[in-house]
Design a protein around this ligand. Structure first.
Ligand code: ADP
Ligand code: MG
Length: 701
């Protein structure tokens, strides 16, 4: 086993303690291993050397060969810079440095020939190159590593100030491979696995990704390294899940009881969609497996998750257990309570609502009945998590709108029974399956990817705030037909005051435009009681228009609402726009979503509006969102407790590799459950050493 990889970086020539500190703080590079896993993000072809006369605007990076003269410091303050002239036989370019001036000035020499690498920019009819990379050419011959491809590494301003540039990192890598010599970097995967998945050895992959001889070498090397990254990620997720499953037995809900049957055949007012049936089957398999269920149920707004939740709860009750459902807001909890108690009424199952608003005798009675087991179903907010909320025998907990709850809170539910209850987490934030499998760690994923029949797709239009007559007409027409309207304003923390003023102004304008309509307003700064009151008025159709911030974002169900107007829509992300749009279109009639923005929009923003107009498919929107923003930003991924710090793989682009890696990881866990096959020893060892497993998997439910 070669241990140079564990060596601290500062002992490499040219590094020393200061630069080592900078590399550690800026790029999290501490050891030689970290260095080798800091990959170039692109390559420049170094096989050609240009002349100054050949420069043009479409050569982004070039190599030149020449001499330096006319070194001078110019400007003061922020404009302070070092300049020099770089010339070959065909002409000159100006070199400019804004940082590290004194160091560079000292090191520039007029008596040698340089090989220069940089990006020329045309300025005042001549070319200049800012912060070029320079290398002295010794004698007539070029340094051997200059032939071929030039790796470009990510660096930061602070690094540049200490002269740690891309070239410096490349030199370190060259030095590391020189020291490794004929030894090889030990592989982390068995030969068998490598053969099966067509992966080159780790040593070769590392060497080729940093110092490729030609561009053809790069893809195979990247493939191996991406696979490596995703494989170990999946391996740690899956092995945690298995360990947990071994530790916690799950209640077995073996019986399809009377309640479930009765509900299915007599009460359920519609046919389940195929997607709902499939998901019910997946859940049923969990409930009889003897292991605790930890399942994420994804389904677009309106796809019918509630009935799936209800039927899961009925399974628990039929088998002698209690069930609870937890929602992130009071309004939502109340709504679930209303829907579910309506459906449970014909079955005679007891159900109560517990929120912060439920106090006094009422509360005492609920807590008593819950503890005695007389109460079968409880719906509530996080009030359910309080210690004095005790169950007689909680068998199943449903959590709605998952991303509003922290990991901590979820794991509290686990402790409400001697064995943890089965957990079903429901979310309307659509995330592609493989991504969900990764960011939600060990949750199994079920997806309802089909809408109940008979829904008319919501029509979405994008209009400019300079011309809102269409919106006014639409509002008039829809209200005349007895429908209701949402007008939503963004509320962004930094400028909360300004946003509220926008909302107030919008409210006044609407009141002036529609003096005959009943208009209410709702925002986060209002007292809970007032919020509830307004919401109740809207629910009971005593308001025509609700002007609101995004407090209505999550899950509220007002089937009579047919217009969702979103003001300053450019300030919302795609996921949020989609959630908001989902507030309408819940009935059988045509609904509208109107996106209002200024004329002037950034390209990215215009693209978002176009996507919204062109599709109502939450998964398509999620994919597009990922492409525009990258997975780090996805709602819910922060809270999921797993911060994905991938170095080379991209969860969107490398979807297929992710699937393959997961399959390989599953296979390995199946075929070597006791982790004692000699061929796999390096893999298990690497898994246990992975430094970034600071993720506390045990807290993710
Ligand atoms: P969400 O997934 O957003 O929570 P809901 O469970 O609130 O969606 O369902 C939205 C509406 O669709 C409800 O009124 C519900 O009764 C109805 N619904 C659910 N499943 C079906 C189905 N299979 N056929 C017809 N209507 C359905
Ligand atoms: Mg819902």
């Amino acid at each position: 086993m070669y241990n140079i990889l564990d060596q601290r970086l500062q002992y490499l020539p040219g590094v020393g303690p200061n630069r080592a500190l900078t590399l550690a703080s800026e790029l999290d590079i501490h050891t030689v291993r970290d260095l080798l896993f800091h990959f170039p993000y692109r390559y420049i072809d170094r096989s050609t050397i240009y002349t100054v006369s050949q420069l043009s605007d479409n050569t982004p990076f070039v190599q030149l060969r020449g001499r330096i003269s006319d070194i001078s410091e110019e400007g003061v303050g922020r404009a302070h810079r070092l300049e020099a002239l770089f010339s070959d036989e065909t002409g000159s370019v100006r070199l400019v440095w804004f940082a590290g001036i004194s160091y560079i000035k000292k090191s520039l020499r007029k008596d040698v020939e340089y090989l220069l690498l940089g990006k020329p920019a045309l300025f005042n009819l001549s070319y200049s190159i800012t912060h070029p990379e320079l290398e002295v050419i010794k004698g007539d011959t070029l340094p051997p590593e200059v032939i071929g491809l030039y790796p470009v590494y990510h660096t930061t301003e602070r690094m540049k100030r200490q002269n740690i540039n891309s070239r410096f990192i490349e030199k370190l890598v060259v030095e590391v491979f020189r020291q490794i010599g004929n030894e090889r970097v030990a592989d982390t995967l068995s030969d068998e696995l490598r053969l099966q998945y067509n992966l080159i050895p780790l040593h070769d992959a590392l060497r080729r990704v940093h110092l490729p001889a030609n561009m053809q070498e790069v893809p195979m090397a990247q493939y191996r390294l991406k696979f490596e990254e995703l494989f170990f990620l999946q391996l740690s997720i899956l092995s945690f899940a298995r360990k947990r499953n071994g530790k916690y037995r799950g209640f077995i809900f073996g019986k399809v009881g009377q309640l479930f049957r009765h509900f299915y055949s007599e009460v359920l007012p519609f046919q389940l969609t195929d997607a709902q049936k499939r998901v019910m089957q997946e859940i049923r398999n969990d409930l009889v497996s003897g292991q605790q269920m930890n399942r994420l149920l994804q389904g677009d707004v309106g796809s019918g998750k509630t009935v799936v939740a209800l039927m899961t709860m009925l399974r628990a009750i039929d088998n002698g257990f209690q069930a609870c459902i937890m929602a992130p807001t009071e309004i939502l909890a109340e709504q679930h309570y209303a829907t579910i108690s309506r459906m449970l009424a014909p079955l005679g199952v007891s159900i109560e609502l517990l929120t912060g608003m439920v106090k006094g005798k009422r509360r005492t009675a609920i807590l008593r009945d819950l503890k005695s087991g007389e109460l079968k179903v409880i719906v509530g907010t996080h009030a359910l998590l309080e210690d004095n909320v005790q169950f007689s025998n909680l068998g199943c907990a449903i959590i709605d709108e998952q991303h509003r709850f922290g990991v901590e809170q979820r794991s509290k539910l686990w402790r409400k029974n001697t064995n943890p209850p089965h957990i079903l987490v429901m979310t309307a934030t659509p995330i592609p399956r493989t991504l969900a499998m990764t960011v939600y760690g060990d949750l199994d994923v079920s997806i309802i990817d089909q809408m109940p029949p008979g829904r008319k797709p919501i029509k979405t239009v994008h209009i400019y705030e300079q011309r809102t007559e269409h919106l006014e007409q639409l509002i008039r027409r829809e209200v005349a037909e007895g429908h209701q309207v949402y007008v939503v304003y963004p509320l962004i923390k930094e400028s909360e005051k300004m946003d509220l003023r926008d909302l107030e102004q919008g409210f006044e304008t609407l009141c002036a435009t529609f003096p005959d309509l009943r208009i209410g307003k709702l925002h986060g700064k209002m007292r809970d009681q007032d919020k509830n009151e307004i919401m109740q008025l809207f629910l009971s159709k005593q308001l025509d228009i609700l002007v609101s911030t995004t407090v209505i974002e999550v899950g509220v169900d007002v089937p009579n609402a047919s217009v969702m107007a979103i003001i300053n829509a450019d300030r919302f992300g795609l996921a949020q726009l989609h959630q908001l749009r989902g507030r309408v279109g819940r009935g059988a009639e045509q609904s509208w979503c109107v996106l209002v923005t200024d004329y002037k929009l950034a390209d990215n923003t215009r693209k978002r509006m176009e996507i919204m107009v062109s599709t109502t498919d939450g998964f398509v929107i999620a994919e597009e969102d990922l492409k525009l923003r990258g997975p780090g930003d996805i709602e819910g991924t922060q809270q999921s407790g797993l911060f994905l710090n991938l170095k080379i793989a991209n969860l969107v682009r490398d979807n297929e590799i992710l699937e393959t890696a997961r399959e390989a990881a599953t296979h390995l866990l199946d075929s070597d459950p006791d982790r004692n096959q000699p061929a796999n020893a390096p893999t298990w060892q690497h898994l246990s050493q992975m430094r970034d497993t600071s993720v506390d998997w045990s807290s993710i439910s």
